[in-house]
Write a protein that binds this ligand. Structure first.
Ligand SMILES: Cc1cc2nc3c(=O)[nH]c(=O)nc-3n(C[C@H](O)[C@H](O)[C@H](O)COP(=O)(O)OP(=O)(O)OC[C@H]3O[C@@H](n4cnc5c(N)ncnc54)[C@H](O)[C@@H]3O)c2cc1C
Length: 462
């Protein structure tokens, strides 16, 4: 078993985590990443001399040092990473803003309970009971029954507006399905945001990725950047070999993929049909990054993250046009602890977007659409931060098309396909899915998924 050759498709968070686990236990592991920078959805690029983070508002699951029975310390221990290597800075507080009602939450859930007590008399004990139910729910089981999060919320909370407000951050940070969420995914994400909390690596995402790559290489793992997997040669129900875009052929005993389920299946030599459109994820986003000459708090934005929605109901769905700015997420890195000395202010704003409207545009039309929607999203953000636009030094926008280009995710679907493969198994004996399409999303979720799948399919049987 020790000499097994493992190929991992993609250096996303889950691919890196699976690679570290397998390399620690003596497997020959090669991660093949299409792009020159690892990290996948959670990566960075350079623009006008500044490093711009792509997929980082906040790291979920933050718990203070000393709280051992939580995913974050377990993850660090499984990856043999020291907490200091990530230099996580907790949020001060975040907000959920709906018309006429704002709820704050921090890494101490009592702040949420206290705001709920003030704004929704009679609901706080119900929310406490919901929280107990969620905390007692075993979301690590492989055989969970399907269940609707909205249904459970209705059972516990008698105030519909409160239910919608709770769903807003949970869906934005972890839901691949439109309109409703599998209860198991709701439970995982609710715990990760409200019962644990939000933080940010002080030096952004590069530090995070750097720490993972360093650990992986120190454990003996190999990383090939800038060369994608073009084909998986399938015979007799197994992957027999991997062909790279460069033409090189690699032997393999086991393959893990964080590229997405349908995206991986399309690589298999025995698959002739494209996946059915109805099976693919449709939820994508645009994200505008504005660099300011002063901190966002100068314009009244003093929360770490603001989740907003313009109506009493929260319609989490693929928009009918290019972008829907009626709800969204605004993140201000300056509003995390120990971030006071960031040299510039940053506002990241995210809104739901539809891939089809971006995919087919010619270069000029695409550039025009980006300018237009950057403007429109900024107008929306200005309602929370009046005057900020006069202080923008630089800005950039990425779109569903950017997500597709840099990760290969079909439809630029942020959280992948709606149907998840909880045990990571595919119809091929030696091909496993980790990360987004296994069902754990977000940075910590993807890392946990990589660890879980490596432990389940390789280390548990070694
Ligand atoms: C705008 C935005 C904001 C986000 N904000 C947050 C946040 O604040 N907090 C949070 O926790 N999460 C956030 N996320 C989500 C988080 O980044 C992802 O859920 C997580 O990184 C997914 O990791 P993954 O391992 O599943 O896959 P991915 O990151 O999708 O990685 C897949 C990798 O596979 C590679 N690949 C694909 N096909 C091939 C091939 N054929 N050959 C070789 N390589 C291939 C891709 O290039 C990519 O590197 C955000 C994402 C986005 C886009």
């Amino acid at each position: 078993m020790v000499d097994e050759q493992v190929v991992i498709i993609g250096a996303g968070m889950s691919g890196l985590a699976a690679g570290i686990r397998l390399a620690h236990f003596g497997k020959h592991v090669l991660i093949v990443e299409k792009h020159r920078i690892p990290g996948g959805l959670n990566s960075y690029y350079w623009r006008n001399g500044r490093r711009m983070d792509v997929g980082l508002h906040a790291v979920t699951n933050y718990v203070p040092v000393g709280r051992k029975q939580a995913p974050l310390p377990k993850l660090l221990s499984q990856l043999r990473l020291a907490r200091e290597e990530l230099d996580l800075c907790p949020q001060r507080w975040s907000e959920i803003r709906f018309p006429g009602c704002t709820l704050r939450f921090s890494n101490d859930i009592e702040l949420l309970f206290s705001d709920v007590r003030d704004r929704f008399p009679g609901q706080v004990d119900r929310l406490r009971r919901l929280t107990q139910h969620v905390e007692a729910f075993d979301d690590k089981r492989l055989d969970v029954e399907p269940g609707s999060a909205r249904q459970v919320l209705r059972e516990y909370l008698s105030e519909p507006l409160l239910a919608e407000m709770i769903l807003c951050p949970v869906m934005y940070y972890g839901c691949a399905r439109e309109h409703d969420m599998e209860f198991v995914h709701f439970a995982t994400t609710y715990k990760s945001i409200f019962c644990e909390g939000l933080a940010r690596p002080r030096d952004g995402v590069q530090r995070f990725i750097g720490a993972l790559v360093k650990r992986y290489k120190a454990a003996g793992g190999q990383l090939r950047l800038g060369d994608g997997v073009a084909r998986l040669d399938v015979h007799g129900g197994r992957v027999r070999g991997v062909r790279l875009e460069s033409g090189e052929e690699l032997p393999c005993d086991l393959v893990f993929s964080c590229a997405g389920y349908y995206e991986t299946m399309r690589l298999c030599s025995d698959v002739k049909e494209p996946p059915a459109a109805a099976d693919l994820g449709r939820l994508s986003v645009i994200e505008a990054i504005s660099i300011l000459d002063r901190p966002p708090a100068d314009f009244g934005l003093d929360a770490a993250v603001v989740f907003f929605n313009d109506a009493e109901q929260f319609p989490y769905a693929c928009p009918s046009g290019p972008v829907e700015t009626g709800s969204g997420v605004i993140c201000c890195p300056n509003n995390f602890e120990r971030h006071e000395d960031l040299p510039e202010g940053v506002i990241r704003s995210t809104a739901l977007a539809r891939y089809e409207d971006w995919a087919g545009l010619g270069d000029e039309e695409y550039a025009r659409a980006k300018r237009e929607w950057c403007e429109r999203l900024s107008t929306r953000v200005e309602s929370f931060a009046p005057g900020f636009r006069e202080h923008v030094l630089d800005s950039d926008l990425f779109t569903p098309r950017t997500i597709h280009r840099f990760t290969g995710r079909l439809n630029g679907a942020l959280y992948g396909a709606p149907q998840k493969l909880r045990d990571g198994r595919t119809r091929l004996d030696n091909l496993f899915i980790c990360g987004t399409d296994q069902g754990l999303v977000g940075i910590v979720g993807a890392l946990l998924s990589g660890i879980w799948m490596a432990n389940l399919h390789v280390l548990a049987r070694s």
